[in-house]
Design a protein around this ligand. Structure first.
Ligand code: NAD
Length: 493
């Protein structure tokens, strides 16, 4: 089925076009890629298969728009961002619908999290830029005054993944625009729809032509051309670690500024002194929200031995109550995985777990949903593992699959948590403040949540260590990334 109608005033064209210089346009090559509805496993629209020529066209538009946008007053830039935020809010229902259709996530989740957060991203950076200040250093006794300028970089590139499509796309675009840059941005080819719809909202909000250019297409073609473009001097990328490595290789010889938000294999450390009921409820979310396709999901659950069997029984019972179903059904907890290749990858890890001696405590099977028989559905799966070094505990699966394993001491828990190549986030469950401090300091990650999960204040730094990336986004960190720092030193008599 190709959707050509409209929902709440927004048209779902059968073609997902590029948005360049304030206009929707077809790819120069005339090539298109199939876009799937994961809940049904059917093609429902076509995406522009853009290449280096489209990136160049977008770059030229962004370059032409830069002098004016970078000199636009902070107040005006801020107002436009706030207007985009409001338009996203006004179109919450249609955008949430589009997100679920494109990604397979429950509509309830898109409505409660993805789209409100996309709006918050614009609202937050619309306000943050009005408070962004720089430093001055007076060299007392030397008649010298230094001040620091934080100037927009120029044309910057943003590349985002499919798991939280509009949420993560706007997480990059909003600070880049707020700081006075013009952009060439590429959403994931797996979930292009809401980025496509955003173009129209930006036009309505009065964003000048060429300031934001959205180029659709694949990583190896459009994405690679964006990263390889010699005049796009900064790239903010969120996606897989392997892709991040490739991007670093391409960008390094040109000395581009890079922010890389990559994969994770996040540990949950559950101590027996935790608030048990709260922990159980939140662990269900941190394991399976968005079908487990959040880089911050806690996919390795380590439980103190004295609590282990109680937790194991209760957790399995709870997970069995989760309903896998069509994303548009009200009582669905777990929707479809994003694509067939991804479903196959996740399923292959469940098979691998069995080969590695893991025990499937619940789930593990594909699900056939009535009326959506070809959709990409998988049961939420808990695997008991006996060795932290097994591949299912070391490699990112990025689906509704978690492992559980007991530990005896705080040292052992920490050692297992850190013994992995990733270092994005960790969740710690304990009521002991001394332990909270000790463990938080020693965890090799960029974000630690204690007795909570995915609790986000947009002012805080966000990012990972080790193979989970370099750089921090969020708050002023993002505005710093999207500006070039210059010191001006003035000697006076
Ligand atoms: P991916 O790396 O396959 O793709 C991400 C984006 O990069 C897409 O837009 C893709 O088209 C583009 N891309 C692919 N190859 C490229 C290339 N050679 N040059 C330029 N661009 C290229 O990742 P994905 O499968 O879309 O997303 C899942 C991954 O993202 C997981 O590993 C997940 O952990 C990670 N992720 C990380 C964070 C974070 O904040 N750290 C957040 C969300 C997702």
């Amino acid at each position: 089925m190709i959707i050509t109608g409209s929902f709440n005033g927004i048209n779902y064209m059968k073609k997902i076009l590029n948005y360049i210089n304030g206009e929707y346009c077809e790819p120069i090559s005339g090539a298109w890629i199939d876009n799937f509805d994961p809940s049904k496993g059917e093609v429902y629209s076509k995406i522009a298969d853009s290449n280096a020529e489209d990136i160049e066209k977008a770059y030229q538009a962004a370059k032409a728009a830069f002098p004016s946008w970078s000199n636009t007053t902070i107040e005006k830039r801020s107002n436009i961002l706030l207007k985009i935020a409001s338009l996203i809010e006004e179109n919450l229902d249609s955008l949430a619908y589009a997100e679920s259709l494109d990604n397979g996530k429950p509509l309830s989740l898109a409505k409660a999290v993805d789209i409100p957060r996309a709006s918050s991203n614009f609202r937050f950076f619309g306000h943050a830029i009005t408070q962004f200040a720089s430093e001055a250093h007076e060299s007392v006794g030397l008649n010298t005054m230094n001040f620091t300028l934080r100037q927009p970089i120029g044309v910057v590139g943003c590349i985002s993944p499919w798991n939280l499509p509009l949420y993560l796309f706007t997480w990059k675009i909003a600070p880049a625009l707020a700081a006075g840059n013009t952009l060439v941005a590429k959403p994931s080819e797996v979930t292009p729809m809401t980025a496509y719809l955003l173009g129209d909202l930006c036009t309505k909000a009065g964003l000048p032509k060429g300031v934001l250019n959205i180029v659709q297409g694949t990583g190896p073609s459009a994405g690679q051309a964006l990263v390889a473009h010699p005049n796009i001097k900064a790239i903010s990328f969120t996606g897989g670690t392997k892709t991040g490595e490739h991007i670093s290789r391409t960008a390094a010889p040109m000395f581009k500024k890079l922010s890389l938000e990559l994969g994770g294999k996040n540990p949950n450390l559950i101590f027996a002194d935790c608030n048990y009921d709260l922990m159980l409820e939140v662990t269900l979310k941190s394991s399976f929200a968005n079908q487990g396709q959040i880089c911050l999901c806690g996919s390795r659950i380590f439980v103190e031995k004295s609590l282990y069997s109680t937790f194991k029984n209760d957790f399995v019972k709870k997970v069995r109550t989760l309903k896998v179903g069509n994303p548009f059904d009200k009582d669905t907890n777990i929707g479809a995985l994003v694509s067939k290749p991804h479903l196959e990858k996740v399923k292959s890890y469940i098979e691998l777990a069995k080969e590695e001696g893991g025990k499937i405590l619940c789930g593990g099977n594909l699900v056939t949903v009535e009326g959506s028989e070809n959709g990409y559905y998988l049961e939420p799966t808990i695997i008991e593992v006996f060795d932290n070094q097994c591949r299912v505990n070391q490699e990112e699966i990025f689906g509704p699959v978690v492992t559980i394993m007991p530990f005896e001491t705080e040292e052992e828990a920490l050692q297992m948590a850190n013994n992995v190549k990733y270092g994005l986030s960790a969740t710690l469950w304990t009521s002991n403040i001394d332990r909270t401090m000790r463990v938080s300091k020693q965890l090799e990650v960029g974000i630690v949540w204690v007795n909570t999960w995915l609790n986000r204040d947009l002012r805080t730094p966000f990012g990972g260590v080790k193979n989970s990336g370099i750089g921090r986004e969020g708050g002023f960190e993002a505005l710093k990334f999207f500006t070039e720092t210059k010191n001006v030193c003035i000697k006076y008599e």
